[in-house]
Design a protein around this ligand. Structure first.
Ligand code: 8IG
Length: 277
């Protein structure tokens, strides 16, 4: 068996070896052995890559060790190498992510983060679509993630490795995002397992424990990023008010609509931040 066929779900496989294999394929397919910034585009963030700069190469996820096709409608099953304006720097843009609820295990969830590190990135930008707890945050509002609460009861870190999560969402990067958009809201992201949305009672619990946003991603990835020594910027797009906050039922169609409506503002924000990193 060649190294590129190592299976992430096999406990005898070192997930960092698979990330190194993935980075080697990315280098070969993109023609550059170093990327500077990685971005993970969640629900509603799909169009933002074009505003960062020119796409110089596209790689199918299925061709990269450890990656899978997209499981969510509206997500792209590929990654792109994008020129960051005319800075000479490159962004590695993941058009989709593996969610914990897909059942492939935590290693698969954080594989993109570890691959970004192996590809040379020093910063990762994690975006998502989420439910908002603040009734003043209309669908289409971008919110900077200040901190998170991980309710998955899992960790991407294996073994007795006690990683400090203080200032997990890099303060310098949050400052930079607020310089670009002084009106940017900030909040605490609560990751539930999903794939069902919360009950109204669970949303109230999230509020009581200090949450502002509810979603199904990002926290596990941010933890893996900290372990890898990456700086982390997290930005959520409120695509719906969380269950029970408004009297409207939740739907994935609503999520996609809010994303389209907010694409312009979110894209400009991300492009400006990435250009100034
Ligand atoms: I988009 O309301 C999106 N993702 N858990 N709750 C959770 N995840 C979400 C939601 C939401 N909206």
């Amino acid at each position: 068996m060649t190294s590129s066929h190592r299976d992430l779900s096999d406990p005898s496989t070192d997930p960092f070896d698979v990330a190194a294999d993935a980075a080697a394929v990315i280098a070969e397919r993109t023609g550059v052995d170093h990327h500077d910034v990685a971005l993970v585009l969640g629900s509603g963030w799909g169009q933002t890559a074009d505003l960062i700069g020119e796409t110089l190469a596209t790689v199918d996820n299925a061709d990269v060790p450890g990656f899978h096709k997209a499981a969510v409608a509206g997500h792209s099953g590929s990654m792109r190498s994008v020129a960051i304006g005319d800075t000479g720097r490159r962004a590695l843009v993941f058009g989709t992510r593996t969610h914990f609820y897909e059942g492939r295990g935590v290693r698969a969830v954080v594989h993109g983060v570890r691959t970004a590190k192996a590809a040379g990135c020093s910063t990762i930008v994690l975006t998502n679509g989420c439910g908002g707890l603040n009734p003043d945050w209309a669908p289409g509002t971008p919110v900077l993630i200040r901190d998170h609460i991980n309710l998955t009861a899992h960790s991407p870190i294996e073994g007795a490795n006690f990683v400090d999560l203080t200032d997990l969402y890099t303060p310098r990067l949050r400052d930079l995002a607020r310089e670009v958009d002084p009106d940017l809201e900030e909040g605490v992201y609560v990751q539930f397992r999903g794939p069902h949305y919360e009950t109204p009672a669970e949303v109230q619990m999230a509020k009581v424990i200090g949450g502002d946003l509810v979603g199904m991603s990002t926290s596990l990835e941010a933890i893996a990023a900290r372990q890898a020594g990456l700086d982390v910027l997290g930005i959520s797009l409120v695509t719906n008010l969380a269950a029970g906050i408004s009297d409207q039922p939740l739907s994935h169609a609503e999520v996609l609509e809010a994303g389209e409506a907010a694409a312009e503002r979110c894209g400009r924000l991300l492009a400006a931040v990435v250009g100034r990193l």
